[in-house]
Ligand binder design. Structure first.
Ligand code: SF4
Length: 149
């Protein structure tokens, strides 16, 4: 049976980044040939494209995604999308997220304290957190490429 891989849509060439560009990765696509790819983009779904950027901020209630424009907490729609996505696709074998994204990064997102001091560059984005919470093996795209040479 084909492996079913949940993957950040921007890595497949979808122009859903905050600035309307993509992160198409041909090496990765070559490597994933023959596998079933299920794309997702929580931020495009929740906020549209283009959109202001956001960062992870460690708050008392946990790590949250905060708009760099308004300072509003944008976490809830991203988390809701992630839950709906994994509920709808209960048979995902692997998660591949775009490195450094506050939604999709697996071990590579920046996280700040509330005074905007960088406290980690190895944080997990909100969508990737939901994948991990469900026990799905998760990789940053760059790590996946390195580790599966
Ligand atoms: S990194 Fe994730 S949220 Fe950002 S554009 Fe790609 S799929 Fe969308």
């Amino acid at each position: 049976m084909k492996k079913k891989i949940a993957i950040s849509a921007c890595l497949l060439g979808e122009a859903c980044r905050y600035d309307g560009t993509d992160n198409r990765n041909d090496l990765l696509l070559e490597k994933l040939k023959g596998m079933e790819l299920v794309p997702f983009c929580p931020e495009d779904h929740a906020f549209g494209t283009p959109r202001p950027t956001m960062d992870l901020v460690a708050k008392e209630e946990g790590v949250r995604a905060v708009s760099n424009e308004s300072g509003n907490d944008l976490s809830d729609p991203v988390i809701a999308y992630a839950k709906d996505f994994f509920d709808a696709h209960g048979d995902i074998d692997l998660f591949i997220g775009k490195d450094r994204s506050p939604s999709c990064g697996v071990c590579s997102a920046k996280c700040y304290d509330e005074a905007k001091n960088l406290i980690s560059a190895e944080a997990t984005g909100l969508m990737a957190t939901e994948a991990k919470r469900r026990g799905i093996t998760a990789y940053d795209a760059e790590t996946y490429l390195k580790e599966t040479v």
